[in-house]
Design a protein around this ligand. Structure first.
Ligand code: FES
Length: 106
C-alpha cells in the first residue's frame, strides 16, 4: 500500500473566484475546494451527520451550512459548529502554483 502524500492539481485557480467552491473526487472521495478571501481550503464533501453534500449549502465567510439538516462547519478547520453534526469533516492542505490549485492527498 502506498501511503505517500502528493500534491494533485485539481483545478485552475482562475476558474474558482473568491467566495466560490468546486466539488471534485479524489480516489472516489468527494472533496470540496473553497476559495475564500484569505486563501484556499479543502474539506471532505460528506457531512458527518448523515452524509449530506456539505458544499452544496450556503457559504458565509468561512462557514458552510449542510443543505440537508443545517449543520454548519468551519471550512478552515473542519470543525462542526452546529448540531446535528458533532464530528469535524476532514480537511486537506491546498496550495496554488501558478494557476494550478493543488490538494495534498495521500
Ligand atoms: S446530513 Fe448534514 S446536517 Fe444532516
Amino acid at each position: 500500500m502506498n501511503t505517500a502524500t502528493r500534491w494533485l492539481t485539481v483545478a485552475r485557480a482562475s476558474e474558482i473566484p473568491v467566495g466560490s467552491r468546486r466539488v471534485l473526487r479524489l480516489d472516489d472521495q468527494p472533496i470540496a475546494v473553497f476559495h475564500l478571501e484569505d486563501g484556499w481550503y479543502a474539506i471532505d464533501d460528506v457531512c458527518t451527520h448523515d452524509g449530506g453534500p456539505v458544499a452544496e449549502g450556503r457559504l458565509e465567510g468561512c462557514i458552510i451550512e449542510c443543505p440537508r439538516h443545517g449543520a454548519t462547519f468551519d471550512v478552515k478547520t473542519g470543525a462542526a459548529l452546529t448540531f446535528p453534526a458533532v464530528s469535524p469533516v476532514a480537511t486537506y492542505p491546498v496550495r496554488v502554483v501558478g494557476d494550478e490549485v493543488q490538494v495534498e492527498w495521500s
